[in-house]
Design a binder for this molecule. Structure first.
Ligand code: ATP
Length: 306
């Protein structure tokens, strides 16, 4: 887990969003978001499809305006006045398909007042160095994502906003990207990263879960883990669905894991569910990042815990 910034002394506030709403016609996509990010922090914004993550990022970066509420960056600037101090990666919107990878990278290096040639190192580390002479239009989804990441991070600014950077990346590249972000954070950079991937939680200083347009949980990973109910692991055949209430179990590969309603005694379930030889069919297990994601994305606070 990333070394936490919680022990560091209070620093500049990079993001202060209060009661942000965004409406498209009668559809209120954001319903009152409060979120702050401190300097040097990696904040991971997680949530299911359509929760409003990209819309919030658009408001934060100044490309859309909230319907109400307020966003301030760098201790008081409205987003449009802070654009030169942030680098924003939106899904699929960064690279011109009719230019090569290198032409795209050079374009941003020359265009942006804080452009650097850091991309030379980034493309090697993301293993796309051999592909930068090809047209981006010919790239696979993962290659395109790598170029977009390199474009975004080659700009030297204090604050980076990355919309689902790890989608379509293989595991080795995700780990390399995590290392890159942690190195930049060690240099004092701040990140807001959206993701569906529990793996990304490993580098987060803080995680906020967005659901139906609102932040339903926000905290340091250790604290979020502490607030999880016991994780149940199902072994062998799945017991009767009547005993294990629906929408609380998640299958991953051969394993089924999940959570019981708060008022159910785990020990009693363990005792009740045994195979013919008396071996328990369920037991409790240490929570993983995937459990954390599943709980806060699909169950909490519908389980009555808030
Ligand atoms: N310009 C728009 N006009 C109308 N509705 C929009 C517009 N942009 C987004 N929405 C709606 O806002 C909701 C949230 O979309 P958003 O793209 O922010 O979700 P998300 O959390 O980023 O999802 P994903 O993980 O799938 O990228 C969706 O219902 C979407 O249809």
């Amino acid at each position: 887990m990333a070394q936490s910034v919680r022990e560091t002394t209070a620093s500049t506030s990079i993001v202060d969003a209060s009661n942000v709403t965004k409406r498209f016609g009668s559809h209120e996509v954001l319903t009152g978001i409060d979120l702050s990010i401190a300097e040097g922090e990696i904040l991971l914004l997680m949530g299911p499809n359509g929760a409003g993550k990209s819309v919030f990022l658009s408001c934060l970066s100044g490309s859309a305006h909230p319907s109400s509420g307020e966003i301030r960056l760098f201790d008081g600037l409205p987003p449009v006045d802070a654009q030169s101090s942030m680098s924003v990666m939106f899904q699929g919107a960064m690279a011109d398909p009719e230019l090569t990878g290198e032409e795209n990278l050079r374009f941003y290096e020359d265009l942006h007042p804080n452009g650097t040639n850091r991309w030379r190192d980034l493309v090697e580390r993301l293993e796309i160095g051999d592909e930068i002479d090809r047209l981006v239009g010919e790239y696979s989804g993962g290659m395109r994502r790598k170029i977009e990441i390199a474009i975004t991070l080659t700009i030297d600014v204090p604050f980076y906003v990355l919309d689902e950077p790890t989608v379509e990346l293989d595991l080795a590249t995700i780990r390399e990207l995590h290392d890159i972000l942690l190195e930049l954070r060690a240099d004092g950079k701040t990140f807001l990263v959206t993701s569906h991937a529990p793996l990304d939680a490993q580098i987060a200083d803080r995680i906020a879960f967005l659901r139906d347009g609102d932040i339903i949980a926000n905290g340091y990973p250790d604290d979020l883990f502490e607030r999880l109910p016991p994780v149940l692991r199902v072994r062998g055949a799945v017991p009767s669905e009547n005993l294990l209430v629906g929408n609380r179990l998640f299958r991953r590969g051969d394993e089924i894991r999940g959570f019981l309603p708060a008022d159910v005694d785990v020990k009693r379930v363990e005792l009740a569910l045994r195979d013919r030889s008396g071996t328990p069919l369920v037991d409790t297990d240490e929570p993983s990042y995937t459990d954390l994601f599943n709980y806060y994305t699909y169950i909490h606070p519908l389980d009555g815990s808030e």
